[in-house]
Design a protein around this ligand. Structure first.
Ligand code: 5IU
Length: 263
């Protein structure tokens, strides 16, 4: 294989961040590298989906700012479901401002993301200060960060140099940065290990008419060496049975992982 696969078990001791080791433990225990993306606008719908797919996922990805009735009760219920079904919470906030501002966006405001989301993500466009700012808030709360290194959408402005420089920035903070949102494995010049979470995964659709581009779990795990598949509408689009689809994507993701180990 182009990207030699090392098992989740063998990689676990390479991480110092507690969220990374917990996530790998969940992936191994549940045999699931599936993250469901719950892009729904009502709290009850997010909670219902989380309860339905919870047994089959390692992570639930949220967009708190699209939930019309977001409140503390929602957060409490989501945390209960995360404990009940054992999944991590990833608020897909995509921070993109200077360090001082993202600290406030992370800790304060309506959403108080740092209080409930195990994992958040950030663009590296502003430079290292965005990581330092988020880390000062998140690390004491045992949180973790993913950096956006690539996107799945058509015509993305991410360049290969930007992607590589993002890995170099991660290497300055391997205690807090546990991986990337990207479309392929990204080896670190410093020899750190990173998890690659990959959106734009679907078995039935090729795109959405707004630039999204879907590839299969086999494409991203076997061909491109990624670690976690992120699936949204493939699972909850109207007319689809979220439980059946979650089981199907869990199996597709795990089968692809096993195939990549053998490759
Ligand atoms: N997402 C992408 N592509 C990216 C990044 C994030 O699709 O490159 I960075 C988000 C957007 C949405 C989810 O929340 O992942 C994918 O949802 P669908 O599987 O419904 O397309």
């Amino acid at each position: 294989a182009v990207y030699p696969r090392v098992s989740y078990e063998a990689r676990r001791p390479r991480f110092t961040n507690a969220v990374a080791t917990q996530l790998l433990d969940l992936i191994i225990a549940k045999q699931s590298n599936l993250c469901v993306s719950a892009d729904l606008t009502k709290a009850a719908d997010v909670l219902q989906l989380a309860d339905q797919v919870g047994p089959y996922i390692c992570m639930l990805k949220t967009h708190a700012d699209i939930i019309e009735d977001f409140d503390a009760k929602f957060v409490e219920a989501l945390q209960k479901l995360a404990e009940k079904h054992r999944f991590m919470i990833f608020e897909d906030r995509k921070f993109a401002d200077i360090g001082n501002t993202v600290q406030h966006q992370y800790a304060h405001g309506v959403h108080k993301i740092a209080d409930w989301s195990h994992i958040v993500n950030a663009h590296t466009l502003p430079g290292e200060g965005i990581i330092s700012g988020l880390k000062a808030v998140g690390l004491p709360k045992q949180r973790a960060l993913l950096l956006l290194a690539q996107m799945s959408s058509a015509g993305t402005l991410f360049t290969e140099a930007y992607t590589q420089q993002t890995v170099v920035l991660a290497d300055k903070h391997p205690d807090f940065v546990i991986g990337f949102i990207a479309q392929r494995a990204l080896p670190s010049p410093a020899g750190n290990d990173y998890l690659v979470l990959t959106p734009g995964v679907g078995l039935d659709d090729k795109g959405d008419g707004l630039g999204q581009q879907y590839r299969t779990p086999h494409d991203v795990l076997v061909k491109d060496g990624c670690d976690v598949i992120i699936v949204g509408r493939g699972i909850y689009k109207p007319g689809r049975d979220p439980v059946a689809e979650a089981k199907r994507y869990q199996k597709a993701g795990w089968d692809a992982y096993l195939a990549s180990l053998a490759a």
